[in-house]
Structure formats: C-alpha cells, structure tokens
Design a protein around this ligand. Structure first.
Ligand code: 26V
Length: 811
C-alpha cells in the first residue's frame, strides 16, 4: 500500500474518515500525523509478530540492551525511511495538500535521555534491527522526559516535558505481560530440608507494565522491540480499604508513590547525590526487564545453565548494575541454584559499557539505602563482595589493593566495581577512553582481569543522521557512488575520488548553503535574528558541562568582538557562532555560562558594526529534532573538551558525516577521526591528555600566569566583571571568573585559549579558499562511514555478545 502512491492516498483518506470522521479539508496536521502513524503500525504488525515468532522457533540468541535512557527523538520520518516508504508518502501527501515535514513536526520528541549515552542507545537499536540482529531495548517509560528548556532574560528555565499528553502512536500497552517488583520489607531466613531459604516479608509490591515500541529495521523486515516499563499500583483498592487498617488516604499515598517510580527522567547532574527514587527506578528496570526476558527464555525449556548461550544482557553504564544481584537472587531463591552455579550463569550473561572517566560521575550508593530498599539484593551484594575480596586475599593480593577494588567500601556500594566483577566484558567507548580506563581509572581491575577489557568505539546511525537529516546530500552521494553505502557505510570512502572534482565540490557547497538557508529561516522565525548564510556557521551543540568548555568558545567570541571594535576596517570572514545546550537544573556554573552566552549574543548582534562580521545564537531547547536541523547546516564543528575528559563524543561523528570540519582537541573519538583525516582535514589544538594528566598529578599549571602573560585573556576576563560592553552581571560572571582564576581553571580553558584562538584564525583563512574547503569536507564525509553504528554494533555482536544476524523472511 505504501509502495503505491495512488493506493496510499485512497487508504489514507479512508482511514481519516473511519477513524476521525474527517475529510481531507477538515483535517489538521495533528490528524494527518496520527493517521499516518497508525497506518504504519498496522502495516508492520505482521513483520513484528513474525520477527518474534521466528526468534522463538529458531531459538536464536537474543540480546537485551538495558538502559535507563533511550533518547529516541521522533520516529515517523525514520520509520518511513526504514520501510522504504518515505518518497511515496511524501509525494502522496503533497498531492493531498500536505507537506510531510510539517506533519513530522507534529510528533513530540521522545526525550527519554540526557545526551550521548541515551542517544547512543537509540542509534544502537536502529542498527541492531537494520542489521537483522535479534536485539531489544529495555528501559523506562518516563511520563516526563528531559526538561524542556526556555530562555528567559538570558537564563535557562526548566519546564516539564509532557511528551505523552496527546498519546503515543508507536506504543502498545501489554498489560498481559506485566510483572511484580518488590521493595522494602525484611528477609526471613529458614532452614528447610537442609537448605537455607530466604523469604522477604512485609515488602511493598508494584506492577511493572510494559509498553512495547516497534524498532523497524531498514529494508528487510526485522522489527525488534523496545520495551519500556511503567509503574502501577499492585494492590486492589477495594481490598485495601476494606481491610480496615488502611484508609482511603493511605491508598492514595501508596498509589502516588508507586506512580512516581516512572514519573520522570533524572537530569545528569554534576552535583548529583544518590536519591532514593533514582535507586528505585534502577531496580524497577532491572527486576522487570529480567523477569520478562527469563519468561521468554523459559519457553525454550532449557536448563538455566544454558542461559548465556541464549541470552546476552548488556548494561549501558552502571545504571542497570543491580541486574547482577537480581539475577543471582532469582536463580538462587526462585530456581533453586546454588551460589557457584548462579554466579557462573550470571557472569557469563552480563556485559558492561563504561561511559565516563569523570570520578564524580562514577555511581555510588549509600549502603544503608540499598539495604533498606532492597534487603535481599543487598545481602547478595555483601556476599559477592565477601567472596571477591576473600579470593583476592587468598591469591596474595595486598589489603591496600583489595580495599581499592572492594564493592562495599566506606559505607558505599560502588556500582562500577560490582559491574566489572559481575560481568564477562567491560568496554570503553573510544580507543583513548579504553586506554585511560586500563591505565588509570580502572587500573587495578585491568590488572586482575585484563581479558575482560576491550574497546568499542561509539557510532551513529547514518540512516537518521545522514539519510533523514540531510536528504540532498544523501541523494548526491547515491548519484555519485551508487546506493551500496546505505547498507555498507564504509563504502562512503568512494567519495574520496571526487575530492578534487570542481563540479562535485560545487554541489557539496550548494547543498551546505541550502541547509544553512533552512536553518537561518528557522532562526529568523524563532528569534527574529537575520543571519548571513554566507558566514561560517560555527557550531557547538551538546550538554553544558565545564569539561566541554563552551566557556572557552564564548570567551573567544568576546575576544573577536574586541578585535573588531579595535580594528573595524580589517576584512574578516563573517562568522555565526551557534550554541545549543541544556545545563543540569542544579549546576549553577553551567547555567551562568548559558547566561553569559546570551548576554554576549545580545551585545554582538545589536552592535551595528560588529554584527556585520559576527553573530551569536543560542538555540533554545537543544534536542534530537533540533540537532537534525542544525548539524547539516554546520561548517565548523566544535569538539573542544579538555583532553582525557570526553569518553568518546558522538556529535563529532554526526558533524563529520554532514561535511563540517572539526576544530578539536585530541580527546575521545576525535583521536580516531584525526588518525583518518590528518592535519589537512581537521583543526587540532590544545593540550594532549598525557599533559593534562601530568598537570593533575604533578601540578605546574597556574591559570593566573595565563592572565598576566596574555593581554587578550586579561581583557576578556576583566570584561566579565567591569563596566563595559558585557556589563553588568558581576555576581554571576564573577563566579565564572573565579572558577578560572581563583580555583585554578580545572579544565584548562585559559591554558588552551591562545592555541584555540590561533587555530580559529587558520580556519578563517582556510574557509576563504572555498574549493579547498569543499575538498576537505568531502574527505570528512568519505571517512565518516567508519563511525556508522552499524560497524560498532557488528563488533559488539561478534566480539562481546557472540550473536549473528538472523534473517526474517516474510511471506
Ligand atoms: C549520570 C547520571 C547521574 C545522575 C542521574 C542521571 C545520570 C545520567 C547519566 C549519567 C552519566 C552520563 C555519562 C555519559 O553520558 N557519558 C557520555 O556517553 C557518551 C556515549 O558513550 C559519550 O559519547 C560521551 O563522551 C560521554 O560523556
């Protein structure tokens, strides 16, 4: 039906009448979206069922990717693309008087994630299904996703993201598959027939109800499942109230507390302390997800010793680590296995990805909190710790090392330690990150279990980030090298032969300009600011964090402003600096940096002289759908984190794939980009990670020296607090200044500033030679196939999970 335009138009109009009782001229964009969504759901129903059935009959190994975050964004356009129906639907709708882009914009973003980690999970789901792996997502159906950001008077204000308000066309509530999850209570230990039996009494039970979202692969018919769990009250209100002891008000309180479990996504906060509700969320996901996958496994009627051959459970960071003691609990308390056997099964089933080197981001929970909320799980963690430490001491490992690696230490449960001890694979997300895990952050563990550690450099799905976000570029690529790159993204390398082809270069430049025009139009409509499409679009979009150094970028903009004011007649290439970033609600310094960006933007954009050569934009509410608009329009990609701090970065890959050139440090996956691109095609600057580490270890850096040695630095730092163009926000900007001067500039902003400014000058010169620039841009696109998440997922599949693609034939 979707392959034939006329048929599509007829069934579309029929559905509109039968479901909504409306004709085409009465329908709103929201109606069109809803009908289109439900048509797709109907259309894939058979494939979805068939994928599940085939999985069951063929008894193939299943991968379950557990993540507290899936930052999916919108699904309509990508689903149509993967089903091969995008063009038919676009044309059909156009003939019915509707623009598909406008219809797509009706869909709220599913913002169930903070940033890189959550978006990675979403890209992985797309690749798993497109490569025909039986790999499913397991997460939480938060009622509220990551907050919506408004900028009011230059400040960030957070609003709730009520994304489900108008329903969700993609999800299917599966009440028949609900499971019970239990909290609190007390563990009773009894001896029965020579066996110790553990029973938790007086616990509080909640229902976990799954909502299934189909994950539609590109091309050949596999539809996997993203199962999102929602918490519902598990007691019968009539019974509870009739029981007498529990009043109506107690019932309401209980039901509210249950529903709060899946109420909202926690923002990734640098000053975050373990919150009870977050721990509840984590256990809720682990327990519900495990029970559900074990139910499926049990249909195979195999002994649990074969679980690792049939199931791979992957944990996205340590957030789902409670899965390890939970699986032990189920195997021992419910399936009758002894400790050794249960431990063997568990550690052969679970694998773990680390996503951060920042010590403050390594999860720890107060022991008392875990003990009270999850008494039986806590006993198991204690036993894992006791056996682990005991065996190390037996092997002659020193007490000092043992306390470094212990799971329970100083009244805390260290989740990364539990994850490493309880899994068979630990991976970092870029080469440098993995090396730093091995040599620094997780060194004692690497010495104990070297074979467990491996690298899997992150990736991004080229279907969303190139084909869907940049259709013109995709068409040009297919016209030039054929379409095989779509299923074999490394074939983008074929573009390199066009790097000196003037006609091709011109086409690349035209496409970029069109994308810039589209973004300019969006900006004009949102903010009323006119931007010059021939200026360099220089973009930094990502979460706001000290180590990502948006501060260095905006200080540099202030410096450029000063230069223009000093020498207004010097000719410069006009630049538009574009920022997009959410700061965690409790991260004061990050929020002050947002304010600074907005103040600078206001001053620069309103200055009749400077605004000819310089514009600054802060785009509100950075999200997946906004990223899809911004990234294809970028000329320069800012990847400027302090070396050794960004585990990988994935924005860097998205920009590269869309032909932007990177100014960056040798950090995260930038290192691997540089290995492929070299100095000709990437702009490198700043300290190397070893230098940064040396400074941390041995000292030797005084930020005040930078202030006294460099007039340019002194001037912008003083402008933060003095009368002058950017005045007067002394209190807020004073703190920014203090972080640089009084707290010795933790992220080496001033240390790298001059080198950064110099590289920016090189960029300006390079941009003037537009053909050479286009040529570099082509080289970037050509090499970006390496960063397709298809390549990453193939490596996870063969090197960690030991699974192969399974073709689903639909008859
Ligand atoms: C921590 C917390 C703590 C409190 C509650 C919510 C929350 C959510 C997330 C996190 C940890 C975030 C770690 C993270 O996002 N790492 C990023 O992972 C990307 C994918 O691997 C990678 O590209 C980025 O470099 C890395 O910063």
């Amino acid at each position: 039906m979707f392959n034939n335009k006329e048929l599509f138009k007829v069934s579309f109009q029929e559905q509109l009448i039968s479901r909504l009782g409306k004709s085409m001229d009465e329908a709103t964009a929201g109606d069109i979206y809803k009908i289109l969504g439900s048509l797709i759901r109907e259309n894939i129903g058979r494939d979805w069922a068939e994928s599940n059935r085939i999985s069951n009959i063929q008894k193939e190994k299943q991968v379950y990717y557990f993540s507290m975050e899936f930052l999916i964004g919108r699904l309509l356009g990508n689903n149509l693309l993967n089903l091969g129906m995008l063009n038919t639907v676009r044309e059909g709708l156009a003939e019915l008087g509707w623009d598909l882009d406008e219809v797509e914009a009706q869909e709220p973003d599913a913002g169930l994630g903070n940033g890189g980690l959550g978006r990675l999970a979403a890209c992985f789901l797309d690749s798993l299904a497109s490569l025909q792996y039986a790999g499913h997502g397991c997460g939480i159906r938060y009622k509220y996703g990551l907050f919506e950001q408004k900028i009011v008077d230059g400040h960030q204000v957070e609003l709730p993201d009520d994304w489900l308000q108008r329903g969700n066309v993609w999800e299917e509530r599966r009440a028949d598959k609900k499971v019970e999850v239990s909290f609190w209570g007390r563990v009773e230990v009894e001896e029965q027939d020579g066996k110790t039996v553990f029973t938790t009494v007086n616990d509080e039970k909640v229902w976990a109800v799954p909502y299934d979202v189909p994950v539609i692969g590109y091309g050949d018919g596999r539809v996997n499942t993203l199962r999102l769990w929602s918490a519902e009250s598990a007691v019968d209100p009539v019974k509870m109230v009739q029981d007498g002891q529990n009043s109506y008000y107690q019932f309401l309180e209980y039901s509210r507390s249950v529903e709060s479990i899946s109420e909202f996504l926690y923002p990734d906060d640098s000053g975050y302390e373990g919150k009870l509700l977050r721990l509840k969320q984590q256990y809720f996901l682990c327990s519900a997800g495990l029970q559900s996958l074990l139910r499926t496994f049990e249909k195979l009627e195999l002994p649990y010793s074969e679980l690792p051959e049939k199931v791979s459970v992957h944990i996205n960071d340590t957030h789902p680590t409670l899965l390890i003691p939970e699986l032990m609990r189920i195997l021992m308390d419910h399936k009758g296995y002894g400790w050794e056997e249960a431990w063997d099964i568990t550690t052969r089933t679970v694998s773990y990805t680390n996503h951060t080197l920042l010590s403050e981001a390594l999860e720890k929970w107060p022991e008392g909190m875990v003990r009270e909320l999850l008494p039986r799980v806590y006993m198991i963690i204690e036993e894992i710790n006791k056996r682990f430490c005991g065996s190390l001491l037996e092997d002659g490992i020193s007490q000092e090392v043992v306390s470094q690696v212990a799971i329970l230490e100083s009244g805390q449960v260290k989740m990364a330690h539990l994850a490493i001890v309880g899994s068979y694979s630990v991976n970092g997300v870029a080469g440098l990150h993995t090396e730093l895990l091995k040599s620094d952050v997780m060194k004692p563990f690497y010495e104990l279990y070297p074979e467990r550690f491996n690298n899997k450099t992150n990736g991004i799905t080229h279907r969303r980030w190139l084909m869907h976000a940049n259709p013109e570029l995709s068409s040009l690529i297919s016209e030039s090298i054929g379409t095989s790159w779509i299923t074999s993204p490394h074939k983008l390398l074929g573009l390199e032969t066009f790097k000196d082809d003037a006609v091709f270069q011109q086409k690349i430049m035209d496409i970029k300009r069109n994308n810039k025009l589209r973004l300019a139009e969006y900006v004009h409509q949102k903010q009323g600011i006119a931007v010059d499409p021939d200026s360099i679009f220089d973009v930094q979009v990502k979460r706001l964090h000290g180590y990502k150094r948006q501060l260095m970028n905006i200080l540099h903009v202030m410096h450029l402003y000063n230069e223009i004011k000093d020498n207004p007649n010097v000719e410069r290439v006009p630049r538009t600096f574009i920022f997009g970033a959410k700061a965690a609600p409790g991260y004061y310094l990050a929020k002050s940096i947002i304010k600074l960006i907005n103040v600078v933007a206001d001053v620069v954009n309103k200055d009749p002289q400077a605004s000819q050569q310089l514009k600054v934009l802060f785009l509100e509410n950075y999200s997946v759908s906004l990223a899809e608009k911004i990234i294809p329009a970028a000329n320069v990609s800012e990847q400027i984190s302090t070396a050794g701090k960004e585990a990988s970065g994935t924005g860097n890959m998205k920009f590269m794939m869309n032909g932007a050139l990177t100014i960056g440090t040798l950090d995260g996956a930038n290192v691997e980009m540089f290995d492929m691109l070299g100095n000709d095609n990437m702009f490198l600057f700043g300290l190397r990670s070893e230098e940064v580490l040396d400074y941390y270890r041995y000292g030797g850096y005084l930020s005040r020296d930078m202030y006294s040695q460099h007039e340019e630095i002194r001037r912008v730092l003083d402008q933060l607090i003095s009368e002058g163009p950017f005045c007067c926000h002394e209190r807020e900007f004073g703190l920014i200044r203090q972080s640089l001067l009084d707290h010795n500039d933790e992220f080496f902003v001033l240390r790298d500033f001059m080198d950064y400014a110099a590289k920016q000058k090189v960029i300006e010169q390079a941009y003037i030679n537009s053909q050479a620039w286009a040529s570099k841009s082509i080289v970037n696109i050509a090499h970006s196939g390496h960063f397709s998440s298809d390549c990453t997922i193939n490596r996870y599949a063969s090197e960690i999970w030991d699974v192969a693609p399974v073709k689903v034939e639909i008859y």
